[in-house]
Design a protein around this ligand. Structure first.
Ligand code: BMP
Length: 264
Protein backbone atom coordinates (compact mmCIF):
# COMPACT_ATOMS: atom_id res chain seq x y z
CA UNK A 1 0.00 0.00 0.00
CA UNK A 2 1.42 3.40 -1.00
CA UNK A 3 2.30 5.54 2.06
CA UNK A 4 0.18 8.39 0.67
CA UNK A 5 -2.94 6.27 1.01
CA UNK A 6 -2.23 5.84 4.72
CA UNK A 7 -2.26 9.60 5.29
CA UNK A 8 -5.47 11.43 6.07
CA UNK A 9 -7.00 13.80 3.54
CA UNK A 10 -6.34 16.55 6.07
CA UNK A 11 -2.62 15.79 6.32
CA UNK A 12 -2.31 15.84 2.55
CA UNK A 13 -3.64 19.43 2.35
CA UNK A 14 -0.39 20.93 3.61
CA UNK A 15 1.85 19.26 1.08
CA UNK A 16 -0.20 18.90 -2.09
CA UNK A 17 1.33 20.72 -5.08
CA UNK A 18 -2.05 21.62 -6.63
CA UNK A 19 -4.14 24.50 -5.23
CA UNK A 20 -7.30 22.83 -6.56
CA UNK A 21 -6.42 19.55 -4.82
CA UNK A 22 -5.81 21.40 -1.56
CA UNK A 23 -9.24 22.98 -1.81
CA UNK A 24 -10.79 19.60 -2.61
CA UNK A 25 -9.06 17.80 0.29
CA UNK A 26 -10.28 20.55 2.63
CA UNK A 27 -13.88 20.12 1.45
CA UNK A 28 -13.60 16.34 1.92
CA UNK A 29 -12.21 16.82 5.42
CA UNK A 30 -14.81 19.40 6.45
CA UNK A 31 -17.81 17.54 5.00
CA UNK A 32 -16.50 14.05 5.79
CA UNK A 33 -17.20 12.74 2.33
CA UNK A 34 -15.21 11.16 -0.50
CA UNK A 35 -18.29 10.76 -2.68
CA UNK A 36 -18.54 12.29 -6.16
CA UNK A 37 -22.01 11.90 -7.61
CA UNK A 38 -22.17 11.66 -11.39
CA UNK A 39 -25.23 13.70 -12.36
CA UNK A 40 -25.92 11.90 -15.64
CA UNK A 41 -29.45 13.20 -16.22
CA UNK A 42 -31.07 14.66 -19.33
CA UNK A 43 -32.90 17.70 -18.04
CA UNK A 44 -31.73 20.83 -16.34
CA UNK A 45 -34.53 20.68 -13.77
CA UNK A 46 -33.43 17.25 -12.63
CA UNK A 47 -29.76 18.23 -12.62
CA UNK A 48 -30.40 21.27 -10.45
CA UNK A 49 -32.85 19.47 -8.19
CA UNK A 50 -30.36 16.66 -7.52
CA UNK A 51 -27.48 19.12 -7.03
CA UNK A 52 -29.56 20.87 -4.40
CA UNK A 53 -30.92 17.81 -2.57
CA UNK A 54 -27.65 15.81 -2.64
CA UNK A 55 -25.21 18.72 -2.26
CA UNK A 56 -24.66 18.10 1.45
CA UNK A 57 -23.36 14.56 0.87
CA UNK A 58 -20.77 15.10 -1.85
CA UNK A 59 -17.38 16.72 -2.32
CA UNK A 60 -17.80 16.88 -6.11
CA UNK A 61 -20.60 16.70 -8.66
CA UNK A 62 -19.60 15.34 -12.05
CA UNK A 63 -21.50 16.53 -15.11
CA UNK A 64 -21.83 15.71 -18.81
CA UNK A 65 -23.22 19.09 -19.66
CA UNK A 66 -23.57 18.30 -23.39
CA UNK A 67 -26.34 15.77 -22.60
CA UNK A 68 -28.68 18.31 -21.00
CA UNK A 69 -31.80 19.17 -23.03
CA UNK A 70 -32.45 22.88 -23.58
CA UNK A 71 -29.05 23.77 -22.18
CA UNK A 72 -28.22 27.45 -21.81
CA UNK A 73 -25.40 28.93 -19.77
CA UNK A 74 -27.82 31.13 -17.85
CA UNK A 75 -30.33 28.41 -16.98
CA UNK A 76 -27.92 25.57 -16.16
CA UNK A 77 -24.47 26.90 -15.25
CA UNK A 78 -25.40 30.02 -13.32
CA UNK A 79 -27.68 28.17 -10.84
CA UNK A 80 -25.28 25.19 -10.62
CA UNK A 81 -22.40 27.48 -9.62
CA UNK A 82 -24.68 29.12 -7.07
CA UNK A 83 -25.49 25.69 -5.59
CA UNK A 84 -21.80 24.77 -5.51
CA UNK A 85 -21.17 27.79 -3.29
CA UNK A 86 -24.20 27.15 -1.10
CA UNK A 87 -23.38 23.46 -0.48
CA UNK A 88 -19.58 23.74 -0.76
CA UNK A 89 -18.93 21.22 -3.55
CA UNK A 90 -16.73 21.36 -6.65
CA UNK A 91 -17.97 20.85 -10.19
CA UNK A 92 -16.22 18.35 -12.47
CA UNK A 93 -17.17 18.50 -16.16
CA UNK A 94 -16.36 15.04 -17.52
CA UNK A 95 -15.40 16.38 -20.95
CA UNK A 96 -12.66 13.84 -21.75
CA UNK A 97 -10.73 16.16 -24.05
CA UNK A 98 -8.73 14.23 -26.64
CA UNK A 99 -7.40 16.61 -29.33
CA UNK A 100 -4.33 18.72 -30.05
CA UNK A 101 -3.48 21.54 -27.64
CA UNK A 102 -4.82 24.38 -29.74
CA UNK A 103 -8.18 22.69 -30.31
CA UNK A 104 -8.73 21.63 -26.71
CA UNK A 105 -7.93 25.16 -25.58
CA UNK A 106 -10.85 26.44 -27.69
CA UNK A 107 -13.13 23.63 -26.55
CA UNK A 108 -12.27 24.41 -22.92
CA UNK A 109 -12.72 28.18 -23.09
CA UNK A 110 -15.24 28.94 -25.88
CA UNK A 111 -18.50 27.92 -27.51
CA UNK A 112 -21.73 27.52 -25.59
CA UNK A 113 -20.19 25.63 -22.67
CA UNK A 114 -17.14 27.77 -21.72
CA UNK A 115 -16.10 24.95 -19.38
CA UNK A 116 -13.12 26.71 -17.84
CA UNK A 117 -15.39 29.47 -16.52
CA UNK A 118 -17.29 27.19 -14.15
CA UNK A 119 -15.87 23.65 -13.93
CA UNK A 120 -13.30 23.46 -11.13
CA UNK A 121 -12.16 20.12 -12.56
CA UNK A 122 -12.11 18.62 -16.03
CA UNK A 123 -10.37 15.62 -17.57
CA UNK A 124 -8.49 14.58 -20.67
CA UNK A 125 -7.14 11.54 -22.45
CA UNK A 126 -3.35 11.33 -22.64
CA UNK A 127 -3.47 10.01 -26.22
CA UNK A 128 -2.44 13.27 -28.00
CA UNK A 129 0.66 13.72 -25.78
CA UNK A 130 1.90 16.67 -23.70
CA UNK A 131 0.31 19.37 -25.90
CA UNK A 132 -3.12 18.52 -24.53
CA UNK A 133 -2.04 19.50 -21.01
CA UNK A 134 -0.27 22.65 -22.20
CA UNK A 135 -3.30 23.66 -24.30
CA UNK A 136 -5.77 23.20 -21.45
CA UNK A 137 -3.50 24.91 -18.94
CA UNK A 138 -3.11 27.93 -21.21
CA UNK A 139 -6.92 28.17 -21.19
CA UNK A 140 -6.90 28.81 -17.42
CA UNK A 141 -4.70 31.88 -17.51
CA UNK A 142 -7.43 34.52 -17.11
CA UNK A 143 -9.37 32.55 -14.48
CA UNK A 144 -9.00 33.76 -10.91
CA UNK A 145 -10.14 30.56 -9.17
CA UNK A 146 -8.37 27.19 -8.80
CA UNK A 147 -8.65 24.84 -11.80
CA UNK A 148 -7.48 21.24 -12.02
CA UNK A 149 -7.08 18.51 -14.61
CA UNK A 150 -7.39 14.74 -14.27
CA UNK A 151 -5.86 12.43 -16.87
CA UNK A 152 -7.71 9.24 -17.78
CA UNK A 153 -5.08 6.65 -16.89
CA UNK A 154 -7.42 3.65 -16.65
CA UNK A 155 -11.07 3.13 -17.51
CA UNK A 156 -13.77 1.07 -15.85
CA UNK A 157 -15.18 -0.35 -19.08
CA UNK A 158 -14.56 -3.92 -20.20
CA UNK A 159 -11.72 -4.27 -22.70
CA UNK A 160 -10.35 -0.77 -22.07
CA UNK A 161 -7.11 -0.10 -23.95
CA UNK A 162 -5.83 2.20 -21.20
CA UNK A 163 -3.62 -0.35 -19.44
CA UNK A 164 0.04 -1.22 -18.89
CA UNK A 165 2.45 0.97 -20.81
CA UNK A 166 -0.28 3.47 -21.77
CA UNK A 167 -1.16 3.94 -18.11
CA UNK A 168 2.52 4.33 -17.12
CA UNK A 169 3.09 6.93 -19.83
CA UNK A 170 -0.04 8.79 -18.72
CA UNK A 171 1.42 9.02 -15.21
CA UNK A 172 4.66 10.40 -16.71
CA UNK A 173 2.69 13.05 -18.60
CA UNK A 174 0.92 14.17 -15.44
CA UNK A 175 4.30 14.92 -13.87
CA UNK A 176 4.99 17.82 -16.26
CA UNK A 177 2.55 20.19 -14.50
CA UNK A 178 1.70 19.05 -10.98
CA UNK A 179 0.07 22.35 -10.06
CA UNK A 180 -2.61 21.75 -12.72
CA UNK A 181 -2.70 17.98 -13.33
CA UNK A 182 -3.59 16.89 -9.84
CA UNK A 183 -4.63 13.29 -10.37
CA UNK A 184 -6.17 10.53 -12.43
CA UNK A 185 -9.35 8.81 -13.35
CA UNK A 186 -8.17 5.33 -12.49
CA UNK A 187 -9.00 2.01 -10.89
CA UNK A 188 -5.74 1.67 -8.93
CA UNK A 189 -3.32 3.80 -6.97
CA UNK A 190 -0.87 5.38 -9.46
CA UNK A 191 2.37 7.32 -9.13
CA UNK A 192 5.44 6.80 -6.96
CA UNK A 193 5.21 6.30 -3.21
CA UNK A 194 5.96 9.92 -2.41
CA UNK A 195 3.75 11.39 -5.16
CA UNK A 196 0.32 12.53 -4.11
CA UNK A 197 -1.97 12.17 -7.11
CA UNK A 198 -5.70 12.25 -6.34
CA UNK A 199 -7.31 9.07 -7.67
CA UNK A 200 -10.97 9.38 -8.67
CA UNK A 201 -12.64 6.09 -9.48
CA UNK A 202 -15.79 5.51 -11.57
CA UNK A 203 -17.46 2.14 -12.05
CA UNK A 204 -18.46 1.89 -8.40
CA UNK A 205 -21.78 0.28 -7.49
CA UNK A 206 -23.02 -1.70 -4.54
CA UNK A 207 -26.00 -3.39 -6.19
CA UNK A 208 -25.03 -3.96 -9.84
CA UNK A 209 -22.26 -5.80 -11.68
CA UNK A 210 -22.56 -3.99 -15.01
CA UNK A 211 -24.95 -2.20 -17.39
CA UNK A 212 -24.91 -4.40 -20.51
CA UNK A 213 -22.88 -1.76 -22.40
CA UNK A 214 -19.42 -2.49 -21.01
CA UNK A 215 -19.56 -0.72 -17.67
CA UNK A 216 -18.15 -2.82 -14.81
CA UNK A 217 -18.86 -2.11 -11.14
CA UNK A 218 -16.67 -2.65 -8.10
CA UNK A 219 -17.65 -2.20 -4.49
CA UNK A 220 -16.78 0.90 -2.50
CA UNK A 221 -14.46 -1.10 -0.22
CA UNK A 222 -12.63 -2.62 -3.13
CA UNK A 223 -11.99 0.78 -4.74
CA UNK A 224 -10.98 2.65 -1.58
CA UNK A 225 -8.85 -0.09 -0.05
CA UNK A 226 -7.07 -0.32 -3.43
CA UNK A 227 -6.02 3.32 -3.14
CA UNK A 228 -8.87 5.33 -4.62
CA UNK A 229 -9.41 8.72 -2.95
CA UNK A 230 -12.82 9.57 -4.37
CA UNK A 231 -15.55 7.23 -5.55
CA UNK A 232 -17.68 8.31 -8.50
CA UNK A 233 -21.23 6.96 -8.44
CA UNK A 234 -24.02 7.60 -10.94
CA UNK A 235 -26.78 5.07 -11.52
CA UNK A 236 -26.10 3.37 -8.18
CA UNK A 237 -27.65 6.49 -6.69
CA UNK A 238 -30.38 7.64 -9.04
CA UNK A 239 -31.38 4.74 -11.32
CA UNK A 240 -35.14 4.15 -11.52
CA UNK A 241 -36.54 2.80 -8.27
CA UNK A 242 -33.69 4.17 -6.15
CA UNK A 243 -34.09 7.04 -3.73
CA UNK A 244 -31.16 9.39 -4.42
CA UNK A 245 -31.01 10.80 -0.88
CA UNK A 246 -31.02 7.35 0.77
CA UNK A 247 -28.44 6.04 -1.69
CA UNK A 248 -26.18 9.10 -1.40
CA UNK A 249 -26.12 8.71 2.36
CA UNK A 250 -25.35 5.02 1.96
CA UNK A 251 -22.44 5.55 -0.49
CA UNK A 252 -21.08 8.44 1.51
CA UNK A 253 -21.08 6.33 4.65
CA UNK A 254 -19.51 3.34 2.90
CA UNK A 255 -16.84 5.55 1.30
CA UNK A 256 -15.96 7.26 4.57
CA UNK A 257 -15.87 3.99 6.48
CA UNK A 258 -13.52 2.41 3.93
CA UNK A 259 -11.28 5.50 4.01
CA UNK A 260 -11.20 5.59 7.82
CA UNK A 261 -10.24 1.89 7.90
CA UNK A 262 -7.45 2.61 5.38
CA UNK A 263 -5.82 5.50 7.27
CA UNK A 264 -6.32 4.30 10.85
P1 BMP B 1 -22.45 5.02 -13.54
O1 BMP B 1 -22.00 5.01 -12.08
O2 BMP B 1 -23.89 5.37 -13.72
O3 BMP B 1 -22.03 3.82 -14.31
O4 BMP B 1 -21.70 6.28 -14.20
C1 BMP B 1 -20.31 6.35 -14.31
C2 BMP B 1 -19.89 7.71 -14.82
O5 BMP B 1 -18.47 7.77 -14.83
C3 BMP B 1 -20.36 8.05 -16.22
O6 BMP B 1 -20.65 9.43 -16.26
C4 BMP B 1 -19.14 7.77 -17.10
O7 BMP B 1 -19.06 8.67 -18.19
C5 BMP B 1 -17.99 8.00 -16.16
N1 BMP B 1 -16.80 7.14 -16.39
C6 BMP B 1 -16.85 5.76 -16.26
O8 BMP B 1 -17.90 5.19 -16.00
N2 BMP B 1 -15.70 5.03 -16.44
C7 BMP B 1 -14.50 5.60 -16.74
O9 BMP B 1 -13.50 4.89 -16.85
C8 BMP B 1 -14.44 7.00 -16.88
C9 BMP B 1 -15.59 7.75 -16.69
O10 BMP B 1 -15.53 9.06 -16.79
Amino acid sequence: MSPITLKSYEDRIATHPSPLARRLLKIMTDKKTNLCVSLDVDTKDELLRLADTLGAYVCVFKTHVDTIENYTYESVIVPLVELSKRHNFLIFEDRKFADIGSTVKSQYTSGIFKIVQWAHITNAHALPGPGIIDGLYSGTKDINEERGLLLLAEMSSAGSLATGDYTDKTVDLARRNRAFTFGFIAQNRLGADDEDFIIMTPGVGLDDKGDGLGQQYRTVDDAVSGGSDIIIVGRGIFAKGRDPVTESKRYREAGWKAYTARVK
